[in-house]
Design a protein around this ligand. Structure first.
Ligand SMILES: Nc1ncnc2c1ncn2[C@@H]1O[C@H](COP(=O)(O)OP(=O)(O)OP(=O)(O)O)[C@@H](O)[C@H]1O
Length: 631
């Protein structure tokens, strides 16, 4: 092969020796073609005989690799894979300047478009030999270069849209190197979503925000529909992380939605870089809340900023470099989460490893997309076919591969799909105090924050009001570890308190908001049976709900307290006959009793919550529960 002992950079080598590398790619593709033909004869010939011609014709390694790739188990598995988490890849065509530089294509797809091969041209350590590594990645779908945006929509986004239209939560994530077509694909897909969504729903609420850096160099979310006002990322009552305070635009037809999307993208931070004339400098998250029968469905489209390497950021200004640093950090954390989840599945599943979702706001927000089996997620990895970008392509594919394998357990989890329907309907019907269970995480954080000064306490376990339990441990060097186990979801959250201060501050805000919302709900519930607080409308609907035997002449402007002041005689005077008066009296008495019960329950729950907040566990827990709790 060609030699040049001065040359050690693979990127430069791929350009300089493109003829040799191109030949290697051609050889591989031919070997692949021959392997597919010979595989057909495999059934008629003795074992191993069909492989022989291939091994004579091509280099040993290449022949073996092409043979394995012809019909591998992974490819078959990829075709049959039925999970809520899918990973796809889209390669953009070579750009004009790349064609001008006579660059060849370093990616090929095979296995019925379920796997992608990266042809990685390299220089040997001796600086004289060049060789090509072929790496195969099996995915759920590989889009050919000539695939159009509607095709991507049909396979990647339409199932997510349909799921959201049934009340589910779904996320489409675009992930990859800068300048590979994330925004191009996201915009194309959103155009198709805009056209299709109104065929099945009458109203869509849209919000759009981006994650970028603040002046102080911290990650923050900015509302793209409200002049980039800063918004907060908090845990909601369903246990998922949401951005709070973002403006929601109601759209009733495709034109309005299209306009809102255009407006949001016009506010998105983008700059001209070496690799892309309009490179996104933030992670953009667009949410469509779809009106369904019982509960709103959610479709989230996440267009991540592109990953960059040092040689691509030489011309960046200081502020661009700072923002780039934050983007790279959040992407790094996303990859780290993928790596940890992958290791967890690959290694000992019985040993829970902490996945650092809270280390970046991006991963915090996307956590449920990766961990919740009832959340439908598709990750589209965008790739550049240029041989100068092979490192990027390998990196992207390795990480999306890890994300995919991290959810491999779902394939065995045959009940998952059936249980999904149940879970959705369960979530829809959950009411009152039950609904607080999903807020356990926030309550836990609040408690954790309130007690951070009490390191003298050794260890204890307690049942919480929300049906979970908290185990607190104090370990060496005063590092405090808390484990919250939510009884309903069986999730575990371990927080090393002294490590991340912003986690605590956020957790406190979350808990405060969640608890005040809950209190408000309790307050509204406690009012429901209180006649004093009924307005005229509530009184009229109460009367309508009663099956009164005769007529009652209560003026339409009369409120609950006015009715109460009438007394039994006044009430009887308004009723057409005695029987009607008696039924009405009995119904009002029933309401009064229900009011007394609700007020007593409200008072007790309030007192227990306060006691829990003040660390008076004994006062806060029901005696029966308290006895059961193992200390
Ligand atoms: N599949 C495709 N077909 C044709 N052109 C494409 C395709 N994908 C991307 N491009 C072109 O490549 C260029 C870069 O695309 P885009 O801005 O979407 O990249 P990006 O991945 O979002 O980059 P960044 O991360 O820097 O924002 C654009 O000019 C776009 O038109």
């Amino acid at each position: 092969m060609a030699s040049n002992h001065k040359l050690v950079c693979a990127r430069a080598a791929r350009q300089q020796f493109r003829g040799a590398f191109q030949q290697a790619v051609r050889d591989y593709r031919l070997a692949k073609l021959s392997a597919s033909t010979l595989k057909g004869l495999d059934a008629f010939l003795p074992d191993g005989l069909s492989f022989l011609p291939l091994s004579y014709l091509y280099d040993g390694e290449v022949a073996r690799f092409a043979w394995e790739g012809a019909v591998t188990k992974e490819n078959r598995d990829a075709c049959d894979r039925q999970t809520n988490f899918r990973v796809m890849a889209r390669t953009r065509p070579l750009q004009e300047q790349e064609v001008d530089s006579k660059l060849y294509e370093s990616l090929s797809s095979e296995g019925g478009n379920h796997s992608i091969i990266v042809h990685d041209g390299r220089v040997h350590r001796d600086g004289r030999t060049i060789y090509t590594n072929h790496s195969r990645f099996c995915l759920d779908r590989v889009f050919p270069q000539d695939a159009s945006n509607p095709q991507v929509f049909e396979e990647a986004a339409e199932p997510l849209l349909n799921f959201a239209l049934q009340g589910g939560r779904s996320t489409l994530i675009f992930f990859g190197q800068t300048g590979t077509g994330k925004t191009y694909t996201a915009r194309g897909v959103l155009d198709d979503v805009t056209k299709k969504v109104f065929l099945q729903t009458a109203e869509v609420e849209m919000c759009c925000y981006e994650m970028a850096g603040t002046r102080g160099g911290r990650e923050a979310f900015f509302d793209l529909l409200a002049d980039r006002a800063q918004v907060k990322c908090l845990t909601g009552e369903d246990g998922n992380v949401h951005v709070r305070g973002a403006r929601r635009v109601k759209c009733q037809n495709a034109g309005e939605l299209h306009q809102a999307i255009e407006a949001a993208f016009s506010w998105r931070s983008s700059e001209c870089t070496e690799r892309n004339e309009a490179s996104s400098r933030s992670h953009c998250i667009l949410e469509l809340h779809l009106a369904c029968e019982d509960e709103n469905g959610l479709l989230r489209v996440v267009d991540l900023a592109g990953s960059e390497r040092n040689f691509e950021t030489q011309m960046h200004s200081k502020s661009m470099a700072e923002r780039g640093g934050l983007i790279n950090y959040s992407l790094l954390m996303l990859k780290e989460c993928a790596r940890v989840m992958h290791n967890q599945v690959k290694g000992a599943r019985e040993k829970e490893i902490h996945v650092p979702f809270r280390s970046s706001r991006l991963t915090h927000l996307l956590r449920s997309s990766f961990t919740d089996k009832y959340h439908m997620t598709t990750v589209v990895a965008t790739l550049s076919p240029s041989p100068t970008d092979v490192e990027h392509s390998l990196n992207t594919l390795q990480h999306v591969g890890m994300m995919r394998s991290a959810r491999a357990w779902e394939m065995q989890d045959t009940e998952a799909m059936a249980a999904m329907e149940d879970a959705i309907s369960e979530a829809k019907t959950a009411k009152g105090f039950d609904a607080v269970q999903g807020r356990g995480r926030a309550l836990h954080s609040k408690l954790q924050d309130a007690r951070k000064g009490q390191l003298d306490l050794h260890a204890f376990q307690m049942k919480t009001q929300v049906g979970g339990s908290i185990i607190k441990k104090y370990e060496g060097e005063s590092a405090k570890l808390e484990t919250f186990i939510d009884a309903r979801w069986h999730r575990e959250l371990k927080v090393k308190v002294q490590e991340d201060l912003w986690v605590l501050r956020d957790a406190d805000m979350e808990a405060t908001q969640v608890l005040s919302d809950w209190r408000k709900e309790q307050w509204t519930a406690s009012k429901a049976h209180d006649l004093h607080r009924w307005d005229a409308q509530t009184l009229q609907s109460f009367l309508k709900s009663l099956d009164l035997p005769g007529e009652v002449r209560i003026p339409s402007t009369m409120t609950g307290s006015q009715l109460r002041r009438l007394g039994p005689r006044g009430l009887a005077a308004l009723c057409g006959d005695v029987a009607t008066a008696q039924v009405l009296q009995a119904a009002l008495l029933g309401e009064r009793q229900a009011d007394q019960v609700a007020t007593a329950a409200h008072r007790s729950q309030n007192a227990r919550m306060t006691a829990l907040g003040n660390h008076k566990v004994h006062a806060a827990v029901d005696e029966a529960v308290f006895e059961e709790a193992p200390f």
